[in-house]
Write a protein that binds this ligand. Structure first.
Ligand SMILES: [Zn+2]
Length: 300
């Protein structure tokens, strides 16, 4: 009894120490458009929820193809920057490295800079890079071809340790929203919150097993109709679970991420998963939560 209480206190303390930097990918228009949700209102509501929960300095990663020559979407970037957040590079057209040559991928990075430079506050700000689909190369040549290119051009790679897979709920949410089915929307929110809480706790435990200490977490989200709908409750839940948010620059530039996981794979993985696989570690008692099934039965 005493031992279990002791362990409970330890695990509570470990959770309390969880520091997280929030980042968002695919600006200015992630995922499909949802009826009744305007992109500009989405970004305004998203940043308002951040402000309400005192989450500052979020890195947003841009795909220029979603914005060039589209006045309204360029406005989304302006609103994002006006709210005090950062803009980094996520390639121009969001092609993955696995399906690109080294040359094509370099061009994708460079092409995005011409738009980023109009919105970021400095060259240093825009030179933070998030790999598309988190794919870092399926051959040694590609992995180190792109990494040495990024290093030469003073880019910092923004890794991901916590992934909510929020895109997974968008299709079902869009169906619910088009029917104004509030009950269905609330069911989806609950399903997302339950899964995220399990997944974030799993990743944090896994990281502590691998590195033997708390790590400077980086959480990946997207800005769309669904995440805007859930964001306030999501942030409140995380804070209740002991998470505190830090300016994303602090974690992205932390020397913890100087480690090269040497992960070579056609699919993208989080930094924690990369380290687990390249170290060939197996923790039998730690089971990765699975995405909930049959979301499509909601609002049918
Ligand atoms: Zn992306």
């Amino acid at each position: 009894m005493k031992l279990s209480l002791f362990l409970l206190l330890i695990s509570f303390n470990l959770n309390a120490a969880m520091k997280v930097a929030l980042t968002v990918d695919d600006l200015p228009a992630s995922g499909k458009d949802v009826k009744g949700y305007d992109r500009l209102k989405i970004v305004d509501d998203f940043t308002s929820a951040l402000k309400k929960n005192k989450v500052k300095g979020v890195y947003g990663f841009l795909n220029g193809v979603q914005a060039v020559h589209q006045e309204k979407r360029l406005k989304v970037l302006k609103h994002w920057k006006k709210s005090g957040h950062y803009l980094g590079n996520h390639t121009f057209s969001h092609k993955g490295l696995t399906k690109s040559t080294i040359e094509e991928y370099k061009q994708e990075i460079e092409r995005n800079e011409s738009l980023l430079i109009d919105y970021a506050d400095s060259i240093k700000e825009l030179k933070v890079f998030r790999y598309t689909y988190l794919e870092e190369g399926e051959t040694k040549e590609k992995r180190y071809g792109i990494r040495s290119y990024l290093a030469r051009r003073n880019y910092r790679i923004a890794q991901v340790t916590l992934d909510t897979s929020d895109w997974y709920w968008l299709e079902a949410f869009s169906k619910c929203a088009s029917k104004s089915d509030k009950e269905g929307m609330e069911k989806l929110k609950k399903s997302f919150l339950d899964y995220s809480s399990l997944n974030i706790n799993y990743s944090d435990k896994l990281a502590k097993m691998i590195w033997g200490k708390s790590i400077p977490h980086i959480l990946l989200m997207h800005i769309n109709a669904f995440t805007t709908y859930v964001l306030d409750d999501f942030l409140i839940l995380l804070k209740k679970e002991g998470v505190s948010f830090v300016d994303s620059k602090k974690h992205i530039f932390d020397k913890f991420y100087d480690e090269d996981t040497t992960f070579i794979h056609e699919h993208g993985k989080t930094y924690v998963q990369q380290a687990l696989e390249t170290r060939k570690l197996v923790f039998k008692n730690l089971k990765q939560p699975q995405l909930p099934k049959q979301l499509d039965t909601i609002c049918n």
